[in-house]
Design a protein around this ligand. Structure first.
Ligand code: AMP
Length: 285
């Protein structure tokens, strides 16, 4: 069932709760692919009823980012959800979520602001305000759907850590379920933004997973010094790649590491053909 109105979703969820059914939420920005589908399948397995939100959230895009050209494929997304046991696809307009366009600045809208330590690193450093927008919309979705479980991908590992922190700090009654990264056979992490890449670009984009896999191999061989592990990346980089960061952080609390261990997550962001791609790997897995 495709719904656009907050009130319609609330009404349906209220009825489910009255019947004692558990509710799962999968928040997405649409242009669904196999990565999203893995979250949906897990949610359908675990919960009596599943809501997938499809909302390209304007307040998490920074000036100059791809808000206008972000892929929108609601018809196909709805079909995929219907075919896979989803009860509601919730696709609100920006107006439904925030009122008219004038209302979306932090002068006029109540924001949920995650802690500085968690956002002043990795993607938060270049995408200033991005995680404020993410936490605000996810908190709104939690209030609208009131799910028992919410499903998030490790593909956006910093986002997942920040959402978990928000849920803990604000005592939100939802269980966050992390889901592993889904990759193409080549190793490329699936992403809606891969739609911007040509086949040639996709080959160049393998640089992210190649760097991460090689670091993991080196770590397994006994190299734990982070500077030495970082050095191993350069052999893979060429003029097609614009590396933004390659960093080593604790997988739970995001503390930066000098010496890698099993709970270290390696994070990479790199532009390929002008498209900003991210990926990560847990060394101890
Ligand atoms: P997005 O539509 O990009 O906002 O992503 C919605 C959810 O799907 C987020 O929790 C993402 O982490 C998750 N996701 C996106 N790509 C993947 C992937 N390749 N593997 C696993 N989860 C993913």
């Amino acid at each position: 069932m495709l719904l656009h109105k907050i009130s319609e979703v609330r009404e349906q969820v209220k009825e489910w709760k009255r019947q004692g059914l558990t509710v799962g939420l999968v928040p997405t920005m649409g242009a669904l692919h196999a990565g999203h589908l893995s979250l949906i399948k897990k949610a359908v397995e675990k919960c009596d009823r599943v809501v997938v939100s499809v909302f390209v959230n304007p307040i998490q895009f920074c000036p100059g980012e791809d808000l206008d050209k972000y892929p929108r494929t609601l018809e196909a997304d709805t079909k995929l959800c219907n075919d896979n046991g989803v009860s509601i696809v919730f696709a609100p307009t920006p107006n439904e979520m925030y009122g008219d366009g004038q209302m979306r600045t932090n002068d006029t809208l109540t924001y949920v602001i995650p802690p500085f330590f968690y956002v002043n690193t990795l993607c938060g450093k270049s995408r200033v305000g991005h995680f404020d927008g993410v936490c605000t919309v996810v908190n709104k979705l939690f209030n609208i759907v009131q799910p028992d479980y919410a499903f998030f991908g490790q593909k956006d590992a910093q986002q997942l850590i920040i959402i978990k922190k928000m849920v803990q700090d604000l005592n939100i009654p939802v269980e966050i379920v992390p889901c592993p990264i889904v990759r193409e056979e080549s190793g490329l992490a699936m992403s809606s933004r891969n739609k911007y890449l040509s086949e040639e670009d996709k080959k160049e984009a393998l640089v992210l997973s190649k760097i991460l896999n090689n670091i993991k191999t080196c770590y397994k061989k006994g190299i734990t010094n982070v500077e030495a592990l970082k050095e191993t990346a350069f052999q893979f980089l060429n003029s097609h790649h614009d590396l933004e960061y390659l960093e080593f952080h604790d997988a739970d609390n995001l503390e930066e590491k000098q010496i890698a261990d099993a709970n270290t997550r390696v994070f990479i962001a790199c532009k390929v053909a002008g498209v900003r791609l991210i990926d990560n790997i847990l060394l101890g897995e």
